[in-house]
Design a protein around this ligand. Sequence first.
Ligand code: SF4
Ligand code: FES
Length: 251
Amino acid sequence: MNLTLKIWRQKDSKAKGAVETYPISDISPDSSFLEMLDVLNESLVLKGIVPVAFDHDCREGICGMCSLYINGEAHGPDRKVTTCQLHMRMFKDGDTITIEPFRSAGFPVVKDLVVDRSAFDKIQQAGGYVSVNTSGNTQDANAIPIPKRDADMAFDAATCIGCGACVATCKNGSAMLFVSAKVSQFSLLPQGKVEADRRALNMVGKMDELGFGNCTNTGACEVECPKGISLDNIARMNSDFLKASIISEEK
Ligand code: SF4
Ligand code: FES
């Protein structure tokens, strides 16, 4: 395949970026999108041009590092796949492909296509965990019966890989899908219910503090999410948050 790539280049977080155009040829339709960028970078290095910086790690849809906005869509034109799982056969020979970083006030650009998503770590640290009693009397988690439906919903929420596509695709820059998945993953299970109120208040509070927008039920996040995280999680988190707010006011 012969393609024209229009790529956002930005030297560092303070520099003014611009779109640069790079023709690329002989790309296999069976290669992944990131492999295509590897080929581009090898050719740029040979020409003495600084290669394009982009995030990646596992390259198998697990780590959530790859984060490209491709032809106006987070993770590109395929559905329920990450950028690293996107194949070049989704494009046609002769196509022009525009590649930008995930854009959001909460994700400042570090360089080229790399953004700083440490805001997600801060939200996780605000409550995305279960405090374990290590006194020696801790009940074996496997000995606590959990309804299959609850276990399935918790597991579905836990498949969120923290990629940030939901934020990048939301017109409000909202992180509600991500935060609600992390809140639901715990609040649906007995082990997580103990701290559910505090978790919902703290994680939503941190999300607001870090400048992410609110949810206006557009649903773009659910469409672009590579893991199919459901909007139901946002409804559940809103309910948990409301209940926790009332309880904390009464105290
Ligand atoms: S909810 Fe989906 S889009 Fe958002 S961070 Fe999790 S996996 Fe990525
Ligand atoms: S590189 Fe890990 S999910 Fe894409």
